[in-house]
Ligand binder design. Sequence first.
Ligand SMILES: NC(=O)c1ccc[n+]([C@@H]2O[C@H](COP(=O)([O-])OP(=O)(O)OC[C@H]3O[C@@H](n4cnc5c(N)ncnc54)[C@H](O)[C@@H]3O)[C@@H](O)[C@H]2O)c1
Ligand SMILES: [Zn+2]
Ligand SMILES: [Zn+2]
Length: 373
Amino acid sequence: MKIPGAILWEPGTRSGWSVEEIELDPPKFREATVKLAASGICHSDDHLDTGDIPLGWAPILGGHEGAGVVTEVGEGVTDLEVGDHVVLSFLPSCGHCRMCVSGRSNMCDLGAGVLAGRAPDGTHRIHARGQGVGAMSYLGTFAPYVTVPVDAIVKIDKDIPLDKAALIGCGVPTGWGSSVYAAEMQLGDTVVIFGVGGVGMNAVQGARHRGAKNIIAVDPEPYKREMAPKFGATHTAADAEEAAKLVADMTNGQGADRVIVTVGVAYGDIIEPAQAMTRRGGTLVLTSAAPVTQRDVKIDLFTFAMSGKRLQGTLYGTTNSRTDIPLLTDLYRRGQLNLDDLITRTYDLEDINTAFDDLREGKNIRGVIIYPN
Ligand SMILES: NC(=O)c1ccc[n+]([C@@H]2O[C@H](COP(=O)([O-])OP(=O)(O)OC[C@H]3O[C@@H](n4cnc5c(N)ncnc54)[C@H](O)[C@@H]3O)[C@@H](O)[C@H]2O)c1
Ligand SMILES: [Zn+2]
Ligand SMILES: [Zn+2]
């Protein structure tokens, strides 16, 4: 079918997204076509445009945070039918690789191909200007329809509004899981969260969910600090220095139990102040993507080792999409997860470059593209 889509023809050059006609193929074996209700604007797509995540190939249809309704299923699809409501998972889960069967489906073998630009069978589902177009995370949600592997599709109940559900494809589980699973948040903890955008605000919610006592949201943008208490932040700070003072006061100089880094772009110099405010035996979680050329990290190694701290990376907040996506929809239904206030502005697909300008200027918790019914 012919539909509009937002493509980067020259990733890494900050040339922005070109909205133009694309041709989307019908589903092949174990694939389905989904009519999207909405797509979130996650910082990870911006990394493709800036080159922080270099692709080495082009063109790419962006977008990896979406939800919608199944319109067609391919051969071999037994677990989905037309009309099902679904969230697309930005990391697929095959269900039978070593990582999947050991409860780490965020690191499924299929994840190796999410930035390779082709469907798992090595072919393209999207075409434009007479050539194949890759899709971000096998998805490409910057178009009103997607044809994707069933391994990236998670069925949800029909009472969950699909525009809100879209955020459960990346930002919500990544942030929430960074607190709940990666940081192993405990009741009564003092936690610092660096960067409270679409991902970090959900780390705040995860900390609240686990009963953290003090939740300090650090962000240079005043708007983010204003919004953070809505999601459970008990304190805010504009920078690391201000946060360190708060932590010292709250913990009698002991340090924060957990520190989580969810800033837009991670550079090596964020680690030292973050580890310095982590208590002995505490955990520092790095969720943010760094530019792939970022190899130098400043850290007081002696203190880090001798105080038994842990530096923990996390992909998708260490969640398992098939169990955590339905869980998060249920928490929303019960009023224990705020999705409504995450969406601060909506856009038409044609205005996608404005949406990314707004992301860079810190104007949104999450900007969301809404597709016509
Ligand atoms: N690990 C994963 O699986 C995964 C998944 C999704 C996104 N990400 C990454 O998470 C990061 C956050 O994504 P997002 O969509 O929330 O971005 P965002 O732009 O919505 O939010 C980032 C926030 O960080 C703030 N910030 C920037 N520099 C800061 C600093 N030095 N100290 C404190 N705050 C600072 C910004 O003001 C902004 O509010 C990105 O790097 C993204 O690529 C990782
Ligand atoms: Zn994302
Ligand atoms: Zn797998």
